[in-house]
Design a protein around this ligand. Structure first.
Ligand code: FES
Length: 136
């Protein structure tokens, strides 16, 4: 049995992802990943989709409740796609939880903001189009 993938939503910071099997860019190319990676969700990284620490200088504030939230994967492989100039598409049989284990989404896939502008973090609300977010 393979290790379960997990996504931790860091308060005012990136997504910390461990145990992920596949990460794809906006063109569908598989990116090389380590056992544990940090994905940008402020939109300011110079190394997207990975976090380079720019959220601190950008003053990124997440509207998520303080602390971390975890996204355990029940079964199967988890795939995250950083959609071109848009959100992360998270695929898999995934239970999305916050600290009190209340479920945020039963959707599969679901979409997590990576531009920093969503009013509904951690989810994408389409604001990336309004601000002209790009992968560059
Ligand atoms: S990626 Fe931020 S609102 Fe869509």
């Amino acid at each position: 049995m393979s290790e379960k993938a997990k996504v931790e939503i860091m308060d005012d910071g990136p997504l910390i992802v461990s145990g992920l099997k596949s990460l794809e860019d906006g063109e569908g190319r598989e990116l090389a990943i380590k056992k544990k990676i940090a994905l940008c969700r402020c939109g300011a990284s110079g190394n997207k989709p990975f976090c380079d620490g720019s959220h601190r200088g950008a003053g990124f504030k997440s509207s998520l409740s303080p602390g971390e939230s975890s996204v355990p994967v029940k079964e199967g492989d988890m795939v995250i796609r950083s959609l071109k100039n848009g959100p992360y598409e998270v695929c898999g049989d995934i239970e999305l939880c916050v600290e009190d284990d209340s479920e945020l989404s039963g959707d599969d896939p679901y979409y997590l903001c990576r531009c920093g502008a969503s009013e509904n973090k951690p989810f994408c609300d389409g604001s990336h189009k309004r601000i002209g977010f790009t992968d560059k």
